[in-house]
Design a binder for this molecule. Structure first.
Ligand SMILES: [Zn+2]
Length: 155
C-alpha cells in the first residue's frame, strides 16, 4: 500500500520544508485537526535524527500558531501514537495537533489520558483506577535507578 504521508493528496498538504510536512488529517477528530510528519518515511521515533525531532517540535508550534490565528481555538491536544499497540495505524510517524474549543466535548477532563480508557475504565472510580494502574514499588525503584544512570545532561 502506498504511504499516505509520503505522497499526501494535494488538498491535504498545508506546508512543507526540507524536513517536515504539515497535513490536514483525512479523518479529523475535530475541526482543524492537523498532522506534523517528517518527510522521510520513518515509522519509529528512534529512527528520527535530532534535526528531525527538533523540526517536529518547531512545526508543532507553527501549526498551533497558525490554528490560533485562523480558527481561534481555546486549547489543543497534541500527541503521538507510537507503535501499533498504542493505536498507530499509518506506519509513518506523525504528531497530531488537535484544536479544542470550550464545549466541543461534554467532558474534556483528562484529554490524551483517555487514549487508554475503555468504556469500562471510564466508569472506574479514581481509587479503582489507581489500584488497577499503579506501579509496584519495585518497578518505581527500577525507573528511578534507570533515570539516575542517565545523568542530568540534556543533549
Ligand atoms: Zn511514508
Amino acid at each position: 500500500m502506498e504511504c499516505p504521508f509520503c505522497r499526501p493528496a494535494r488538498g491535504q498538504l498545508l506546508y512543507e520544508n526540507d524536513l517536515i510536512r504539515i497535513l490536514l488529517d483525512a479523518y479529523p477528530a475535530n475541526r482543524g485537526h492537523l498532522l506534523v510528519v517528517p518527510r522521510r518515511h520513518v515509522e519509529r521515533w528512534e529512527e528520527l535524527t535530532w534535526e528531525e525531532k527538533l523540526a517536529l517540535i518547531w512545526s508543532m508550534e507553527l501549526a498551533m500558531e497558525v490554528l490560533r490565528e485562523t480558527l481561534k481555538p481555546d486549547a489543543f491536544n497534541v500527541g503521538m501514537n507510537l507503535g501499533r499497540e498504542a493505536g498507530q495505524t499509518v506506519p509513518h510517524l506523525h504528531l497530531h495537533v488537535i484544536p479544542r474549543w470550550k464545549g466541543d466535548s461534554r467532558n474534556p477532563r483528562g484529554g490524551v489520558r483517555k487514549a487508554v480508557l475503555d468504556l469500562e475504565d471510564e466508569n472506574l472510580s479514581l481509587k479503582e483506577r489507581w489500584v488497577k494502574n499503579r506501579l509496584e514499588e519495585s518497578k518505581v525503584e527500577a525507573l528511578r535507578e534507570a533515570f539516575s544512570k542517565r545523568g542530568s545532561r540534556s543533549p
